[in-house]
Design a binder for this molecule. Structure first.
Ligand SMILES: *Cc1c(COP(=O)(O)O)cnc(C)c1O
Length: 407
């Protein structure tokens, strides 16, 4: 019986590779169950999760409070059209508005969709003023904004865009952390500057001191809309609820997704009243955006984070984690730097990182590698010091092992 079950489960990999589009390079594991920072595979093996679905499950896996909010709403009303009012959608928007710079929210189903809404809104804002030529957007090299066409067109990474030309027109790329490049590019064709306050997929790259403030000033001087993509940095990840709170700036538009639903699909675009006023009935829409069953769960996510002071905890534990990574960096020459804020951390190696990801997995730790040689750590915000210590011990062993280090 057990043998038969194991065969069935190993069969899943084979079946999946046959019936699912081959767009993901998957590691050979079938996950069955998760709780807090722990995941279990089909062999009953246990893993500590330092990836959290790529900065998604900030409150850990199968968070009981979110699960009951979801079940309660599922038992009451799944969905009605956005042609009507619903309570959970309204309450979530009200929570977001009262905890941020924003006045209004548009709900979507993913990060890319939230960015689509932001890009459409920025263009519509100037169109409504008769400035139809003011439609271009300055975005950053090495940015990541998603895979739909406008989000893709705003993404400054050749490997993401290749094969899909012609992409959307109207995006200009400048290097991250280069104020002058933005200043030189700004003119009356530019409607918005779009930036991740801390670049995620591009390599966990934080802004230089004063950089975002200078961008805000430039946008104010020219009447340009400043858009922060906080899809990865938002919802507590960096040790503030929104990353912009670390800096002395607020954007005009901000996009959220990833951790907002703690694993359920939701995206949101937040904007000031002034900018949001360009969206009138019929201008934009989504069938599922803000649907009751998902927004009820997301509302519990943000309320629980506030109740349990998860963000303050993230700042504290993130500083501890970073200090432990820096301790590793002093011991091992292979580590070139440690980067990031809160629990959005990275470590650049002088060699490719893939073998370390596999070796960690063997030892029961889920980490990930971006840009070939940057190990990324984005665990649930409820990760403990003990769990961090055991990962550090594991990494210390791996970095001391010449065969894994490729020496
Ligand atoms: C993940 C991510 C996106 C895309 O989100 P999807 O939900 O996958 O569409 C966009 N921007 C940033 C900064 C991200 O990290």
């Amino acid at each position: 019986m057990i043998k038969k079950m194991n065969n069935l489960k190993t069969g899943i990999k084979v079946l999946s590779d046959r019936v699912i589009c081959n767009t993901y390079r998957r590691l050979p594991i079938v996950f069955m169950r998760g709780r807090g920072c722990t995941l279990w595979d089909d062999q009953g093996r246990k893993y500590t999760d330092f990836l959290a679905g790529i900065a998604v499950c900030n409150l850990g896996h199968s968070c009981p409070e979110v699960a009951s909010a979801l079940c309660r709403q599922a038992d009451t009303l799944f969905h009605v059209s956005n042609l009507y009012y619903t309570v959970p959608q309204t309450e979530l928007a009200d929570w977001l508005v009262s905890h941020s710079f924003a006045d209004r929210v548009f709900f979507a189903n993913s990060g890319a969709e939230a960015n689509e809404a932001a890009i459409k809104l920025a263009r519509k804002f100037f169109f409504d003023q008769g400035k139809t030529g003011r439609c271009r957007i300055i975005a950053m090299e090495n940015s990541f904004h998603g895979r739909t066409f406008a989000a893709l067109s705003a993404t400054g990474q050749k490997k993401v865009r290749e094969g899909f030309e012609p992409i959307l027109e109207g995006f200009d790329f400048v290097p991250f952390n280069d104020v002058d490049a933005v200043r030189q590019r700004l003119d009356d064709t530019i409607c918005a500057v779009l930036i991740e306050p801390i670049q995620g997929e591009g390599g966990v790259r934080a802004p230089d001191p004063g950089y975002l403030e200078s961008l805000r000033d430039l946008c104010d001087e020219t009447g340009t809309i400043l858009i922060f993509d906080e899809i990865q940095t938002g919802i507590g990840r960096t040790g503030k609820f929104f990353a912009y709170e670390h800096f002395n700036v607020t954007p005009d538009i901000m996009t959220l997704a990833k951790a907002l639903g703690n694993g359920l699909p939701i995206g949101a675009m937040l904007a000031t009243e002034k900018v949001a006023s360009a969206f009138s009935p019929g201008a934009h829409a989504s069938t599922f955006g803000g649907t009751p069953v998902i927004t009820a769960a997301a509302l519990e996510v943000v309320r629980l984070m506030e109740r349990e002071q998860v963000v303050e905890r993230c700042a504290r534990i993130g500083a501890y984690f970073k200090s432990r990574l820096e301790w590793l960096a002093q011991r091992h020459e292979i580590i070139e730097d440690v980067r990031g804020m809160g629990l959005m951390l990275g470590m650049r190696l002088s060699v490719p990182g893939a073998s370390f990801v596999s070796a960690c997995l063997e030892k029961g730790f889920i980490i990930n590698c971006i840009q070939e040689n940057i190990l990324r750590f984005v665990p649930p915000l409820i990760i403990t010091e003990e769990e961090i210590d055991s990962l550090i011990e594991c990494l210390d062993g791996l970095f001391s092992n010449p065969s894994i280090c490729g020496e």
